[in-house]
Design a protein. Structure first.
Length: 659
């Protein structure tokens, strides 16, 4: 049964919101009954008041109601379960988060039908794999964590067959494993690897009561969908984006570090603005997904450009911008493949895999943020695979990495002809690709290849600065393939960087001295987001574009004058007010710009400032961009904010575009 709501929009594809359930899982409809169907009930008291009817009925398609409910339940259950865990030798909170991540991933995988546990027991009419496995443990008076999940995680999903004869839990035959965890695919990817001593058998104890709350009190209380909703196509259910929201807002306390979750429409807008800059326009294609005016040769040329694009988020958090750009690139390449008369060249799974492998990069200081980002990329791949025997997930260790994005030196392109370096970098890239896409799991020595990659990395690093100890994430080494040649660098840098003062986030002494020697804007009382803006300029190739969402004081505060002066040396294309407030103290704006060294281009951009339609924007003052970059003005306060508009089109009205 499906309930769908369409909304027409001028010049764009109609938006679609939907919810429903399958006949075989009608028991798991609590969310639908409580949050969706009740609002569709006919109320005779409305009389002829159509607007009242419509307002109430539209609540049935309000995905935010599901989001809020899931947040509240997740937080409560997490806080109840964490104290129940005993024997944890590491960080208890991180261990609990790792367990929840693994179980959430399995809950999403159930929708693909790849997990099988046979049961003829009457209480197992519900087809949910986790539910069946948990019920089997309870009936056998077993401990679910020790007697079932261990074998599922580490001798199934994270092991080709679970038949290894070394280490704890090894030496078991396939019959025993099937009895313990059923038939499951080998997923690879790192999520189900034994990370530390707490993952080994017999160390941590978790009572079944904890899993009663997780499985029945949380996971099966809400409808799940493995498809991450797009701006124009929303499933009113728990989708993979919830992983990011839960991580950012409820679990790890990232607000204490100035980190905030970016709403999906703003992510989409920023990705599209950057892509239009990279493609030199193409508004119809990028904004409206209209390829009708593009010829076959043009489509092939655009496909080539998109295949070469290099995108990075240097503060990737749980991956919102990586997923947003993946969706945009996937949609555009699929449209252009059709237009270029090569629609069958790739299936959707391999199209996404190619984008992840060739186009996307991410770095974050928080290892659990990185794990969630990888998890969401894996889920985005999973939804596209059609078949009953999924291939192993790609290893993303060398694509979405843990590290401090700010402390290392500026990653200048390598322009000197050095055949030895070129050979080493090419081998480095080839080995990382082999590591990411191992092909058949049998015979693949993951740990051995990783050691080879690490050794080659040290050789490349020694060639950059011999004997130097580099703090932080060394961009010019770890992503060496991006900075080869005079035009080296990223084509797009997207970020919602931490909103913290370096006084609190970086301490004093050596770290602050290092920052001052690396950044021209690290003067006086500086903030982390100003350094991230300067790092964007450092990371970009000539002509590359950045799109950042940063606190509004960057436009006016005197301490921000160094970053305004730096950005004005290049090209500030747009300043927008998205109408959000991340907290009582943080009101953000969107900055979009281009790294160009052409004085003629800069003059042209400045000349256009005074001619933009004053009814829709307040342009930056010309003298501010060409002199001391004093105080910049944002979009007019009278413009509608995103708080009054739920659709993407409103964002176009909010921007102060100055190109």
């Amino acid at each position: 049964m499906r309930f769908a709501h369409f909304e027409e929009r001028d010049g764009r594809q109609p938006s679609l919101s939907a919810f429903g359930w399958e006949r075989r899982s009608a028991q798991a409809t609590r969310t639908v009954r409580e949050l969706n169907l009740d609002t569709l009930r006919y109320q005779p008291g409305y009389g002829s008041d159509v607007d009242t009817w419509r307002a109430r009925w539209l609540q049935a398609w309000d995905v935010e109601a599901v989001t809020r409910g899931f947040f509240e339940t997740y937080k409560r259950v997490f806080e109840e379960v964490e104290p129940m865990m005993t024997g944890v030798r590491g960080d208890r909170r991180l261990f609990a988060q790792r367990l929840f991540n693994r179980l959430l991933f399995i809950r999403f995988l159930e929708k693909k039908g790849w997990l099988h546990f046979d049961s003829n027991h009457p209480e197992d009419r519900d087809p949910g794999y986790l539910s069946r496995l948990f019920n089997a443990a309870r009936r056998g008076n077993e401990n679910f964590f020790r007697d079932r999940l261990f074998w599922l995680f580490f001798r199934g999903l994270g092991n080709t067959a679970g038949l290894d004869d070394g280490g704890p839990g090894g030496g078991r035959d396939l019959g025993f494993l099937r009895e313990r965890r059923g038939d499951v695919p080998y997923l690879n990817g790192g999520l189900f690897e034994q990370e530390d001593v707490d993952d080994f058998e017999g160390h941590v104890e978790i009572p079944n009561e904890a899993f009663e709350r997780i499985i029945n009190g949380l996971f099966y209380r809400y409808n799940f969908t493995v498809t991450e909703s797009a701006p124009d196509d929303v499933e009113v259910a728990v989708d993979p984006e919830m992983l990011g929201k839960v991580f950012e807002e409820l679990v790890t306390g990232r607000h204490d570090t100035g980190s905030y979750y970016t709403p999906r429409p703003i992510v989409s807008f920023m990705c599209r603005e950057a892509l239009k800059g990279y493609l030199g326009g193409q508004e119809a294609l990028v904004d409206r997904h209209d390829a009708g005016a593009i010829s076959v040769p043009e489509a092939r040329e655009l496909l080539g450009r998109l295949a070469d694009i290099r995108v990075v988020d240097p503060a990737c958090g749980s991956g919102a911008y990586l997923l947003g750009m993946l969706y945009e690139l996937f949609t555009l390449t699929k449209l252009l493949d059709t237009r270029a008369e090569q629609a069958t060249a790739r299936d959707d799974y391999n199209r996404k895999l190619d984008i992840i492998q060739n186009n996307l990069y991410g770095v974050d200081l928080d290892p659990f943020a990185v794990n969630v980002a990888r998890l969401r990329l894996w889920l985005s791949l999973v939804v596209e695979y059609q078949g009953d025997d999924p291939p192993p997930l790609p290893n993303l260790d060398f694509k979405i990495e843990v590290g401090d994005s700010l402390l290392a030196p500026a990653p200048k392109p390598v322009t000197a002809a050095d055949m030895f370096r070129e050979e080493r970098v090419q081998k480095f890239v080839d080995m990382k690709r082999r590591y990411m896409r191992p092909g058949a799991a049998e015979g693949f020595d993951k740990s051995g290849l990783r050691r080879e990659i690490e050794g080659l990395r040290r050789e490349i690093a020694a060639g950059v600065v011999a004997g130097a100890h580099i703090q932080g994430f060394d961009w010019r080494v770890d992503f060496a393939e991006v900075f080869e040649g005079a035009l080296g660098g990223f084509d797009v840098v997207l970020a919602n960087p931490p909103y913290i003062s370096t006084k609190h986030g970086f301490g004093t002494g050596a770290a602050r001295s290092l920052l001052r020697s690396t950044y021209t804007t690290a003067r006086g009382q500086f903030d982390a987001y100003s350094l991230f803006l300067e790092r964007a300029i450092q990371l970009l190739a000539p002509g590359g574009h950045y799109a950042y969402i940063v606190p509004k004081p960057v436009l006016t505060n005197s301490s921000m004058k160094p970053i305004r002066r730096l950005l004005a040396e290049y090209a500030v294309l747009a300043i927008g007010d998205p109408g959000l407030a991340f907290s009582a103290h943080v009101e953000p704006i969107v900055l979009v710009g281009c790294k160009t060294y052409s004085a003629a281009q800069r003059v042209q951009i400045v000349r256009n400032l005074g001619s933009y339609d004053a009814q829709h924007t307040q342009a930056l003052r010309r003298e501010d961009l060409v002199t001391d970059a004093g105080t910049w003005r944002s979009a007019r306060p009278a413009l509608p904010s995103l708080r009054q508009h739920t659709k993407y089109r409103a964002l176009g009205e909010l921007l102060s575009v100055v190109r």
